[in-house]
Write a protein that binds this ligand. Sequence first.
Ligand code: PXP
Length: 249
Amino acid sequence: MTDLRLGVNIDHVATVRNARGGDTPSPVRAAKLAEEAGADGITAHLREDRRHISDADIEALMAALKLPLNFEMAATEEMQAIALRHRPHAVCIVPEKREERTTEGGLEVARDENRLAHFIAPLREAGCRVSIFIAAEPAQIDAAARIGAQVVELHTGAYCDAHAAGDVATRDAELARITEMAAHAHDLGLEVHAGHGLTYDTVGPIAGLPEIRELNIGHFLIGEAIFRGLSPAIAEMRRRMEAARRVMR
Ligand code: PXP
């Protein structure tokens, strides 16, 4: 057992399903398998354009899962109403641009503090743990704490992209920034999560940060499942997370 949770993001099972418009592969089946393979939670992002996860998927996941669902959504009234209807264990507020391929940056909390404070209040009152997906920057972290979020999820995309590009200097600078900001968020009393773009090669240094309590990983795991199967792909990620955690101790 470890004190670092793994949330498996199943969005891209729905991406493959939607490529043909039928029922397979089923995100719920993938979530059940992830549950058996040792995931601590399931993450699904209901995008405004419904490009992968659908409203029916959220409904089915809520009914079928034993594990907590982390419901990712944009800060819109439509999504707030859906979240309040389902009351998932956790809600993660993410920025969303229609034209982007994936969630490119973190949420701009600092410039939208008032609106976001009002937006998350009913979600918290409904018992959802509210997380805000942000860049590892002091202004965003401080604003997330002020608006009453319980959790910040630090965006690891730039760190992972730099690693993939072989740009060691940028990768190390990004890692240093995430390291410092994880400690800063923890000092403010926020629970710290991280995610986006993580792979077997990039997960170790992030998993080794003592303040980080949860990683949310999707695209790489679903891709890796093609080659080794979903359960072994998740088991290997867990093994690497736990190895990094042991080194930290
Ligand atoms: N965390 C958040 C908030 C995300 O929006 C995403 C992507 O949907 C992830 C984690 C997972 O990223 P990836 O699919 O690249 O592992």
